[in-house]
Ligand binder design. Structure first.
Ligand code: NAD
Length: 389
């Protein structure tokens, strides 16, 4: 059993200013707008908005009041396709000055998240951001501090810690079912997005787009990483994408990251845009054991990907075969983050998704780029409340 306090204990007992602000900001919304729905504005009406819009619409506590895209026709097309009935805008300033809302959901090119999220916070809005929350850890931390100073909240994708399979694996680890933990592995790859150039431009890459899921899962289960070493490369120097034609890839499309956790535990994440995977974004039938965790008395293998998983194989008996456990998805969907944090603001319940965790993962990505460039091990500074369940 870990000596760290549980999340519930953290929230119940801690007297730290940070926790007080967290709870106050949740209470703030409910007090200001009792009985009202959370008004959400979405910025970025591209590919992933097709998953976010219906999920947000499925919540009785949330209404989408604004849609914004610099390609304005995308905002109006999504408004029509999903019968949103929202106001539509071509830029963030017009949206912030337009129909009032409570939380911005940021679904634009990754490189713009930091600047857009800052504008929203400065205008007094809560923020849910697709990954990453910002381009650098320093930029992300400044946003986190800004939010705190204004009694607001910011959160960043992914939502992998919400899955029942994450909770199951966490429980096995915390109850010592694997014995003394030693090592873990995570992997996620496909052949790369074909629609937008930003995935391959500076600030993009397979780590913030794909590896981020495994990094969130492994640090969420094993605790913060203290240091890392990484190697990244560009396997395909040229890519053909819908918005810009043939482009030169600047960001890595192939990465291996070795992380050092407490008590000698080492984990490894591999990700890339050159992985053959016929399941692509529909991972429901994926049978790969993409997350593996080993101790001296047992191991666990998560089936499918951590963002859409079909269960966990637990192997901790010398004389019995491995058992498939935790097959119930429990309603978890990878695109649920904005809905869950929006509902948490209404219900005043601290969500499991944690901004400091997202910041830690951002620091990992930045440090991995640095380690690969310099050939050196890089120490990490950030931490987050752990265990997470
Ligand atoms: N596509 C997916 O399946 C998927 C899944 C999970 C997470 N994500 C994440 O979601 C984000 C968006 O990815 P995507 O695939 O939807 O990209 P996309 O290119 O399809 O959509 C991005 C949209 O943002 C708009 N945009 C760019 N700058 C803007 C600005 N300043 N103001 C308003 N709109 C602006 C673009 O015009 C575009 O319509 C990325 O962070 C990505 O990592 C995507």
């Amino acid at each position: 059993m870990s000596k760290s306090i549980s999340r519930q204990q953290f929230l119940k007992y801690t007297a730290s200013a940070g926790a007080a602000v967290l709870l106050t900001s949740l209470e703030g919304f409910a007090a200001e707008r009792p009985g009202k729905k959370m008004r959400v504005a979405i910025i970025g009406c591209g590919s992933v908005s097709n998953r976010y819009i219906p999920h947000l619409q499925s919540s009785k506590l949330i209404e989408i009041v604004s849609l914004c895209d610099i390609k304005y026709e995308r905002a109006t097309a999504q408004n029509e396709q999903y019968k949103v009935g929202a106001a539509t805008y071509a830029d963030i300033d017009a949206m912030l000055a337009g129909v009032p809302f409570d939380m911005m959901v940021t679904l634009t090119d990754m490189q713009l998240h930091g600047a857009l999220n800052k504008k929203a916070l400065q205008a007094g809005k809560h923020v849910w951001s697709e990954k990453p929350m910002a381009n650098t850890y320093a930029e992300g931390k400044a946003l986190y501090d800004l939010a705190k100073s204004k009694g607001l909240r910011i959160w960043g994708a992914p939502a992998v810690v919400n899955s029942p399979q994450f909770a199951f694996m966490n429980e096995c680890i915390q109850k010592g079912k694997l014995g003394k933990l030693a090592t873990a592995h995570g992997q996620y790859g496909h052949t790369g997005p074909t629609w937008s150039a930003f995935f391959y431009e500076a600030g993009g890459g397979s780590m913030p787009d794909l590896g981020v899921y495994n990094m969130a899962t492994l640090t969420g289960l094993l605790g913060p990483a203290k240091a890392l070493m990484a190697m990244t490369s560009i396997v395909k120097p040229e890519r053909k994408v819908d918005d810009k034609g043939t482009i030169k890839a600047v960001a890595e499309d192939n990465a291996h990251v070795l992380m050092e956790h407490a008590n000698g535990v080492i984990s490894h994440v591999m990700c890339g845009f050159n992985y053959f995977d016929p399941h692509g974004h529909e991972a429901g039938n994926q049978t790969l054991h993409s997350i593996q965790i080993y101790g001296d008395q047992g191991n666990m293998r998560m089936i499918g990907y951590d963002w859409e998983t079909n269960g966990v194989v637990l192997d901790n008996q010398w004389d019995k075969p491995p058992v498939l456990m935790s097959t119930d998805k429990g309603g978890y969907e990878w695109q649920e983050g904005a809905t869950k944090v929006g509902e948490s603001l209404i219900n005043q319940i601290e969500p499991r998704i944690n901004a400091e965790h997202a910041l830690h993962v951002l620091e990992i990505i930045e440090a991995a780029r640095q380690s690969s460039a310099t050939g050196m091990k890089v120490k990490l500074q950030s931490k987050f409340p752990w265990p997470m369940v």
